[in-house]
Design a binder for this molecule. Structure first.
Ligand code: URA
Length: 477
């Protein structure tokens, strides 16, 4: 019998090294006992591992991707299940495509649970500032992950909070970031962390974005499970907000609608009077910008203030495609300058993408809305409107010829790929199209509309992840 003890950090590397040696010598899974973290020093203390080259192994990339996550699951069986799969893959190279195989399904479930836990940690860690005697600010947080995801998340937090020192303590492992270096220390009991000033600001923000008319308790609990609440300052507001929600909704209904201001109509008139003539031939992006103002390919031109064409360098390597201009974009005539644009700008910056170097545009060039009271409420364009406006998007793509296009949300995905399927399963993936590769992700407006703060933070982290992938793809990675 071989006994293998995997360390708490570097688990995947250790498992891979040992599993490779065992599998190369065809050691059956029943003769290996796996454990985690009991004695970091010795990886194996029963029968020594076989030595020598052994047979060559077939290890598909997809298996390594599953293994990287599944090994972090707290299920004590996970190293053994992975080893069983590795052994079976030697005779059944197509094993992973058999979705009905119980082992494949179980590993898929482990991978998914760890993946979710990684995102939960990103969304729910709350730092508190602690005294510092250096010129860098210091923060600490306490978190209780379900699985062993601390090491897997260390790089994410180091990139996001690179300019400060911080530590995240968990029951099994602490990660410490000092002067830009990441280190690990054993787990610790929950430290006594002080309240900090940013906390009340965060709580105020949370109370303000709470919409009493859109309470979905089930989904709130699903995305922000109760066990995380005790470490999140904003959750203290939830009971009081829920209590007052019904009364607030009644007050909103009683206040009723008011009339739309003349602002948009005035801008439209002023704008149309000064509108440049349509060029006879569209030979450049600037011709297209002038020509799109005369577009009547669908009915949206009748109510929008103006068409919002793309902007950016004419030969930008990256094209970012949203859905359609919003209220602010419609008035200013530029894409992504409203609240969704602000989120996008922040996430692009955080992911190392320069907005100024990208061609920013939308699948549909006119704002579609219904007036309600003082506001113009966004409405998604229908398939016919998307198809009509694709003429302009194709023109932009022809001129700019981006190396990579980032499609944000389902409307952009439809216009760019012709596939009108939802974005949930497609985000983070690149789809090849006749006009080049298209990487899909969440639309920032979707993130802004998520009522649950935890899920919103999670989706924002996913958008950042996808934008980082875009940066790597553009760099040739
Ligand atoms: N949403 C979009 O899709 N595009 C914009 O320009 C603004 C909001």
């Amino acid at each position: 019998m071989h006994r293998v003890v995997l360390p708490e950090t570097g688990m995947m590397d250790a498992w891979r090294e040992v599993a490779r040696r065992l599998a190369a010598h065809a050691v059956p899974p029943a003769q290996v006992e796996w454990a985690v973290g009991e004695a970091e020093q010795s990886l194996f203390d029963a029968e020594p591992l076989p030595t020598g080259e052994g047979r060559a192994l077939k290890v598909p990339r997809a298996f390594l991707e599953i293994a990287e996550k599944a090994i972090l699951h707290r299920d004590p069986a996970s190293p053994d299940l992975l080893y069983q799969a590795l052994m079976r893959l030697q005779d059944q190279p197509q094993l992973l495509s058999d979705a009905a195989d119980p082992l494949v399904r179980r590993l898929g479930a482990l991978q998914k649970a760890v993946y979710r836990d990684i995102h939960k940690m990103r969304a729910f860690v709350r730092f508190r500032e602690i005294p510092s005697d250096r010129d860098r600010r210091r923060f600490a947080a306490w978190f209780e992950p379900e699985h062993r995801v601390v090491e897997a998340n260390a790089g994410f937090f180091a990139r996001r909070f690179s300019d400060m020192d911080w530590a995240i303590h968990t029951p099994d492992l602490s990660v410490i970031h000092e002067n830009g270096e990441i280190g690990f220390a054993p787990g610790a009991p929950r430290p006594d962390l002080p309240d900090d000033a940013a906390e009340s600001l965060w709580a105020t923000y949370f109370t303000n974005i709470f919409n009493p008319a859109r309470i979905k308790l089930g989904s709130m609990r699903q995305h922000m499970p109760l066990k995380y609440w005790k470490n999140m300052p904003e959750t203290a507001q939830i009971p009081a907000m829920l209590e007052g929600a019904e009364a607030r909704v009644r007050a909103m209904q009683a206040a009723g609608a008011t009339h739309a201001p003349a602002r948009a109509a005035t801008i439209t008139e002023r704008y149309r009077a000064a509108m440049p003539k349509a060029p006879e031939v569209i030979g450049t992006l600037e011709d297209a910008r002038a020509a799109v103002q005369h577009c009547t390919r669908c009915g949206l031109c009748r109510h929008a203030t103006q068409a919002v064409f793309g902007e950016g360098p004419a030969e930008a390597p990256l094209m970012v495609v949203g859905e359609q201009p919003g209220d602010q974009e419609d008035l200013q005539g530029r894409p992504f300058v409203g609240p969704a644009g602000k989120v996008l700008d922040e996430v692009m910056q955080q992911s190392g993408l320069d907005r100024g170097a990208a061609w920013m545009t939308n699948a549909v060039k006119h704002f579609k809305f219904t007036p309600r009271g003082k506001r113009r409420i966004h409405q998604s364009p229908d398939k016919g409107e998307v198809a009509a406006c694709k003429w302009w998007l194709d023109l932009e793509r022809d001129f700019v010829k981006p190396q990579l296009t980032l499609g944000l949300g389902a409307t952009a995905a439809l216009a760019l790929t012709g596939n009108g399927g939802g974005i949930t399963k497609r985000r983070g993936t690149v789809e090849e199209t006749a006009t080049g590769p298209v990487l899909l992700s969440w639309h920032p407006s979707y993130i802004l509309r998520i009522p649950d703060a935890g899920r919103a933070a999670e989706a924002r982290a996913e958008l950042a992840e996808d934008l980082s992938l875009a940066r790597r793809l553009l760099a040739g990675g």
